[in-house]
Write a protein that binds this ligand. Structure first.
Ligand code: NAD
Length: 316
C-alpha cells in the first residue's frame, strides 16, 4: 500500500491513546484527527507532531475535517458522550446514536469507501448502528468487540501459568460488557487444552482460579475506572492491533465485533467472536465448536445486545 491513511474521529482519551500508539508503532503514513472540539484536535496534532523527531516515522499528522475521509483506508471512531448523572443506559445509547449520525453522514458524503472501525461504547451496538447508517458491506464495519478483553485474559492466564501471554490461545467472546465470557473448552496453552493442563497438574492449578480469572477480566474496566476514571491505553493498543492486521493483510485472528450471519444460529447481531482480519476487513467469522452451556451463554449475550439495539427503534 502506498499511503496508509487513517482518520480518527474523537480525540479524547481513547482516540489519542490510539493515535499515540499508532505513531510509536508506525502503523500508518497519514493520520487525520477530527473532533467536535476542533481546538482540541489541533492541539493534539501539534503535540504528536512534536514527538516526530524522536520517532522512526515521517508520518503526516494533522487536524482535519470530514472531506479528508475521501481517500482514507480506515475511519476509526472513538467519539462519544459520557453518561450524565441519573441518565439511563438507554438514554446514553440514544445520545450516542445521534453523535454517530453526525459523524457517519459526513464521512459518507466525503465518498469514503474504506473500513469503519468502532471503539465507542456500547461497542457492539454502536458498530451495528454504523453498519445500519452506512449501508456498507458487513466485512467493512468492525467493532473492537472483545479484543481488549481477550488481551486482558491472556495477560492474566500468562501470570497464573507463568507462561508468555502470547502462548495463551484463549478468547473472550460475546458482548463487550457484563455478559461476555470465556469458553474454556476452546482454550489452549501452546497446544494443550487448558482443561488438560489443570487435570494433569491438580496440585498447582484449579478450575476455581480459572473462573476467578474470567471474573477479573469482566470487571477490569470497572476497577480501572474506579481508580483513574477511564480506560484508554489498552484499548488504544487494541485498535492499533486491528489497524495493523488490516494494513498488513495479516489474516490474523482477533475477537472483533462483527455481524453474525447464521453462525451459532444467530443473525444480524454484532458481537465479539474470533474473526480472520485482513485487507478486506473481516475475511471470515470463525464458528467455535462451543459446548452446550457455552453456546447458551453466547445466545443469551446476543439476545441482550439485540434487545438494546431494538429499543432504539431502528428498523433492522
Ligand atoms: P472522551 O470523553 O475522552 O472522548 C470523547 C471525544 O469524543 C471527545 O474529545 C469529544 O469532544 C468527542 N466527541 C463527542 N461528540 C462528538 C461528535 N459529535 N463528533 C466528533 N467528536 C465528538 O472519552 P474516551 O475516554 O476517549 O472514550 C471514548 C469512547 O470509547 C467511550 O464511548 C468509551 O466508553 C469507549 N471505550 C471503549 C472501549 C472498548 O473496549 N471498546 C474501552 C474503553 C473506552
Amino acid at each position: 500500500m502506498d499511503n496508509r491513511k487513517v482518520v480518527l474521529v474523537g480525540t479524547g482519551m481513547v482516540g489519542m491513546s490510539f493515535a499515540y500508539a499508532t505513531l510509536n508503532q508506525n502503523a500508518c503514513d497519514e493520520l487525520v484527527l477530527i473532533d467536535i472540539n476542533k481546538e482540541r484536535a489541533i492541539g493534539e496534532a501539534m503535540d504528536l507532531n512534536h514527538g516526530l523527531a524522536f520517532s522512526e516515522t515521517s508520518m503526516q499528522i494533522y487536524a482535519g475535517d470530514y472531506p479528508d475521509c475521501k481517500d482514507a483506508d480506515i475511519v476509526v471512531i472513538c467519539a462519544g458522550v459520557n453518561q450524565k448523572e441519573g441518565e439511563s443506559r438507554l438514554e446514553l445509547l440514544s445520545r450516542n446514536a445521534k453523535v454517530f449520525e453526525s459523524i457517519i453522514k459526513p464521512v459518507l458524503q466525503s465518498g469514503f469507501d474504506g473500513i469503519f472501525l468502532v471503539a465507542t461504547n456500547p461497542v457492539d451496538i454502536m458498530t451495528r448502528i454504523t453498519y445500519k447508517m452506512s449501508g456498507f458491506p458487513h466485512n467493512k464495519v468492525i467493532g473492537t468487540g472483545t479484543t481488549l478483553d481477550t488481551a486482558r485474559l491472556r495477560y492474566l492466564m500468562g501470570k497464573y501459568f507463568t507462561i508468555d501471554p502470547r502462548n495463551m490461545h484463549a478468547y473472550v467472546i460475546g458482548e463487550h460488557g457484563d455478559s461476555e465470557f470465556v469458553p474454556w473448552s476452546q482454550a489452549l496453552i501452546a497446544t494443550k487444552p487448558v482443561y488438560d493442563v489443570i487435570k494433569d497438574n491438580k496440585e498447582k492449578f484449579t478450575l476455581d482460579e480459572l473462573n476467578k480469572i474470567s471474573d477479573k477480566v469482566r470487571t477490569s474496566a470497572q476497577r480501572i475506572i474506579k481508580a483513574k476514571n477511564a480506560t484508554y491505553y489498552g484499548i488504544g493498543m487494541a485498535i492499533v492491533r486491528i489497524v495493523k492486521a488490516i494494513f498488513q493483510n495479516e489474516n490474523s485472528v482477533l475477537t472483533v465485533s462483527s455481524r453474525l450471519n447464521g453462525e451459532y444460529g444467530l443473525k444480524d447481531v454484532f458481537i465479539g467472536n474470533p474473526c480472520v482480519i485482513n485487507r478486506q476487513g473481516v475475511k471470515t467469522i470463525l464458528e467455535l465448536p462451543l459446548q452446550r452451556d457455552e453456546a447458551k451463554k453466547l445466545r443469551d449475550s446476543a439476545h441482550i445486545l439485540c434487545d438494546s439495539y431494538d429499543s432504539l427503534g431502528f428498523s433492522q
